[in-house]
Design a protein around this ligand. Sequence first.
Ligand SMILES: [Zn+2]
Length: 305
Amino acid sequence: MKKNKKKILNLKKIKKCPICKSKNLFVISNIKSKIKDIGSKFNLIKCSNCSHRAISKIPKEKFLKNLYMNDSPLVFGGAHSELRLKKDFIAGNFEKVEPYQNHWIFNYIDKKKGNYFELGPGVCRLYKTFFDRGWKCQGLELRSFIKAPGIKNDFKKINNKIDVAIAFDVLEHVIDPIKYLKSIKKKIKKGGKIFLTFPNSDSFKSRILKDKWAMVSPLAHIHYFSEQSTKIMLRESGFEILFIKDFSYVIVRRLIRNIFKLPLFFIKDLINLEFKNIINRLIEVFLNILDLIKGDQFKVVAKKI
Ligand SMILES: [Zn+2]
């Protein structure tokens, strides 16, 4: 860990847009991280040309890879959900992972079987879905506790001729998304498809909350994509976009339930003289409604050309 701390000072300032290469970058705000080693070292920056957002400095690629391999709190933020995920996976193992009954990506897949490749399959639910349907599955996962048939920890070990590649919540974590997509492309068959999800910087949450947006969390998330930067990124890396849409993680049912509960909470806040809570609750509901209109995530389907 001592070694890591020393190296983190070795950050490189971003001088041009990582996507469109424009030098017209400006600082939106300073990011105040709860992670001690991150502190206020990073600004949130935006490209005036393509609206891409990013953190102002990036670490070396090898250093970042090591953080993921060691489950470092610098990239996982010591998140409890991550620890729980690890525990569940070890307890349950791959055989017990529950596949999805259906998933939106099947609307874009014509083949019944083929070669499947997933980057960062995590708890492997989608991976298991394809595995159970008889697809030949490969996955790239740096976290060593995730073990399943076909999961490898080195990109070089992944076989070519992929029909379907998945990178959900991956591109925001990598230093150079275009370079990364180009290397995946080499493994995909011509006409093969790639499915992506990542944070949407055009969203209301991103634009209103700026560095307070939950997605802004160095060093885990480096990039926040606009629709324009997404289009440039995929064109530059040799893909044709078939589908792009924003989506929200807000669950409508839960939001409605929370709205109905508001008066009760207001009374509680008034009794406890917590006036600030009332404002915060209203803001949260308002932002979640906006998120349903323009969600803070993107899903993208693209084809190798
Ligand atoms: Zn740009």
